[in-house]
Design a protein around this ligand. Structure first.
Ligand code: ATP
Length: 239
């Protein structure tokens, strides 16, 4: 398997705070990889570094062999980032917003096709024609998932893709993520929801206080710690 992401001894300081403390992990092309851990563990910081939105303090990060520091513009062509919080263009309609984004990735017919895919993924029905600032949190998230995946990126980086969604919507978004992998996208996602990552991810890394404390396939980790779910694995590892 080709490596989609390589993170080696990554450290990130914000002033005196060490947000990431020597994290290393690999993501293979074509898989769904989950980064899970408690609040403040360093998940968003790692995802933002891989997305070229934050500078590294030390260590190395590669995306499809491109160095995020030296080849940031190449990396940006391959990835799509779904932020945890949405600072979208709130005066546009949902469709207007998707069209605005699609124009960065194509022309004419291509734009229409990308937008159609985004509308299908977001699945907001007639509300897609309403202004974004009238959306609920869950609707906003679905719009942004549509935005992140409509371009069939080589790598999608999804920071808590189902946060704020009810059970049904969360399930739909999980299915959308699985389908995008079938179309050739590699996924790196973060979550607090340890049951969700069991369902979605081929491999997971448990992160605590900026360090990867355990890594592997959910089923193997459960076996290793004789646990019935990943929450129990996490509790055991931290202890
Ligand atoms: P959550 O699950 O709560 O979203 P997280 O695992 O994504 O948490 P991060 O947002 O990466 O955690 O934060 C890791 C640490 O870095 C925290 O201590 C946080 O306060 C700190 N941090 C993050 N961004 C900044 C910043 N811009 N300036 C200062 N400290 C920051």
């Amino acid at each position: 398997m080709n490596k989609a992401i390589e993170v080696i001894d990554l450290i990130k300081d914000f002033g005196k705070i060490r947000a990431v403390n020597g994290a290393s992990f690999n993501v293979s092309e074509g898989e769904i990889f989950g980064l899970i851990g408690p609040n403040g563990a360093g998940k968003t910081t790692i995802l933002r570094i891989i997305s070229t939105l934050l500078q590294i303090t030390s260590g190395e990060v590669k995306v499809f062999d491109y160095d995020v520091r030296k080849d940031a513009s190449e990396v940006r062509k391959l990835i799509s980032y779904l932020p945890e919080d949405a600072g979208a263009y709130k005066n546009l309609t949902g469709k207007g917003y998707l069209t605005f984004i699609a124009k960065f990735f194509g022309n004419g017919k291509e734009v229409r096709e990308i937008v159609e895919k985004g509308i299908e993924i977001a699945d907001l029905e007639e509300r897609i024609n309403d202004k974004v600032d009238t959306y609920s949190k869950g609707m906003m998230r679905r719009l942004l998932v549509g935005r992140a995946l409509m371009i069939d990126p080589k790598l999608a980086i999804l920071d808590e893709p189902t946060s704020g969604l009810d059970v049904i919507n969360a399930q739909e978004v999980r299915n959308i993520i699985k389908n995008s992998v079938k179309r050739g996208t590699t996924i790196l996602l973060s979550s607090h929801n340890m049951l969700e990552v069991e369902f979605l991810c081929g491999n997971i890394a448990l992160i605590n206080e900026g360090k990867i404390v355990e890594e592997g396939k959910p089923v193997e980790l459960k076996e290793k710690y004789n646990a019935s779910n990943i929450e129990e694995v996490f509790t055991e590892v931290i202890r």
